[in-house]
Design a protein around this ligand. Structure first.
Ligand SMILES: [Zn+2]
Ligand SMILES: [Zn+2]
Length: 484
């Protein structure tokens, strides 16, 4: 950040402290205008004033004017002349920027901060920027998760996707055309946003543009060795990592990079499924099973695997999933940053070490492996991430590819407010896939099944859980994925 910009941001903070609550703003607004211009210039942003509406009688007009900084629109202000409305709108924008600058300071990290604080600050800052551009009350959230990409050579950390949410769909809305997002927990939506970025990066590679991918010896694409992927979540993921650690004090581990395996009770390590519409997870049956639609029609609850189990799966099969495995080698997380509750040993168990012994004697075929990411704690928090009961409007997702916010109604798995199909649904990913690789009239399900090594590794993982923890993975009815 340039020194001048820092000075300006500091002056915002001073301004806020001095005049933030003072309603007699007209005397100050002239100063706001020039500072706004300066701010825009230094940030390379375009500053515009837009007349949003004009009403009232001709002798008593009423103008609504809003400030636009690039695409970001600040709240409009009303006055009887355009000039007056513009000045007041400038004040409003200036006030908001002051608040931003103040929050910015909260996430400032220096060279001595941990990797985990740096990752958290990248996600939290991105979330804060989104919060000021949409109505805050829409997105008060309980869990915030995000993916960060690191370019090792430049030591640069960039946000790729983020999401909030902690609910899932019920059985009555499941779609056999892949149009519904089943699981709106923050971690899962953030991963789906990350997948959109992967598709775009594959496209970049194919068009000889700069990409995170390079050709592997096997002919697929693989992540460049200079690129790392990090994951952040504000709460311990539901299931095995969340259920046992809250009773313990925060334990950050002794040798940070060596995983510790904590198993202090028989119920630990088990696979668990989320309870429909609830916030909690219960152990699954002893064998892996398929949840058929007719069972759901007969009143059986829909069960989604817990986030701990799904993240465990990322550490075995990669984040990319079965479909993308046709095109790229598995992508493994370099690190996982977690807010609260936090206990190093319990998190290591839940997120990767649970089947360490099993995979030691049941090797995964190359390039698959059991990945042990660096796991660490952060104290950084954003004030809107609360521990209070949430409403049903709390699933938000954003990613660097789409650059827009999408709100999902978790109980129906579709976009708010018009129930349109989410960009994160299976059908949309299949469409993206088909733009890169023809599928020969195969269904989404068949394409996933034909990722043979991926499927073998998955089955091997399922056997491990049945053997070691007497719990099985619950898969959804294949008929939900048999669309073209
Ligand atoms: Zn979850
Ligand atoms: Zn581990």
């Amino acid at each position: 950040m340039s020194e001048t910009l820092q000075t300006i941001e500091q002056s915002y903070v001073d301004f806020l402290e001095e005049f933030g609550s003072d309603p007699s703003f007209t005397i100050l607004s002239k100063n706001c205008l020039s500072l706004l211009h300066e701010y825009a210039q230094l940030n390379g942003q375009i500053l515009r004033f837009q007349v949003i509406s004009q009403s009232g009688q001709s002798h008593q007009p009423n103008f609504a004017v809003a400030v636009l900084l690039n695409d970001r629109q600040f709240p409009a202000e009303f006055a009887s002349t355009k000039r007056e409305a513009s000045l007041q709108a400038a004040y409003k924008a200036f006030y908001q920027l002051s608040l931003d600058a103040k929050h910015n300071q909260r996430f400032l990290v220096d060279d001595n901060c941990t990797l985990f604080d740096r990752i958290a600050s990248t996600v939290l800052s991105a979330y804060r920027d989104l919060c000021v551009s949409v109505q805050l009350e829409l997105i008060g959230c309980k869990v915030l998760a995000g993916f960060v990409q690191e370019k090792c050579e430049e030591q640069a950390f960039n946000i790729v996707s983020l999401a909030t949410g902690n609910k899932c769909v019920g059985g009555s809305v499941l779609s056999s055309h892949g149009l519904v997002v089943h699981d709106s927990h923050a971690e899962q939506l953030a991963r789906r946003g990350f997948l959109r970025y992967l598709y775009e990066q594959i496209e970049c590679f194919n068009q000889n543009r700069e990409s995170i991918f390079e050709k592997s010896d096997g002919g697929k694409l693989k992540l460049k060795s200079t690129i790392r992927i990090h994951f952040y979540t504000s709460f311990a993921p539901c299931g095995d990592s969340a259920l046992f650690s809250s009773r313990d004090q925060i334990y950050e581990g002794s040798i940070r990079d060596e995983h510790e395996f904590y198993l202090t009770a028989r119920v630990q390590g088990q696979l668990r499924s989320k309870i429909e519409n609830g916030e909690g997870a219960i152990p699954t049956e002893s064998k892996s099973s398929i949840l058929y639609l007719d069972a759901i029609a007969n009143g059986k609850h829909v069960r989604h695997m817990s986030c701990s189990d799904k993240i465990f799966r990322w550490n075995v099969l990669g984040i990319q999933g079965a479909l993308l495995s046709h095109l790229i080698e598995p992508i493994y997380l370099h690190s996982i940053t977690i807010g609260f509750p936090y206990h190093y040993g319990h998190l290591c168990r839940a997120l990767c070490c649970r089947l360490q012994e099993y995979f030691h004697s049941n090797r995964l075929p190359d390039p698959y492996r059991l990945n042990h990411p660096r796991i660490g704690h952060t104290n950084l928090k954003w004030k809107e991430v609360t521990n209070q009961t949430t409403n049903s409007y709390d699933s938000l997702n954003w990613n660097i590819q789409d650059k827009t916010i999408e709100l999902i109604e978790p109980s129906v798995g579709k976009r708010r407010p018009n129930n349109e199909v989410s960009r994160l649904c299976k059908k949309n990913f299949f469409e993206l896939f088909k733009t890169i690789r023809p599928v020969d009239r195969k269904t989404y399900y068949q394409m996933k099944q034909s990722s043979t090594i991926y499927q073998q590794c998955k089955e091997k993982m399922f056997r491990g859980f049945e053997l070691y923890y007497l719990t099985g993975w619950i898969s959804k009815d294949p008929s939900l994925s048999m669309f073209l």
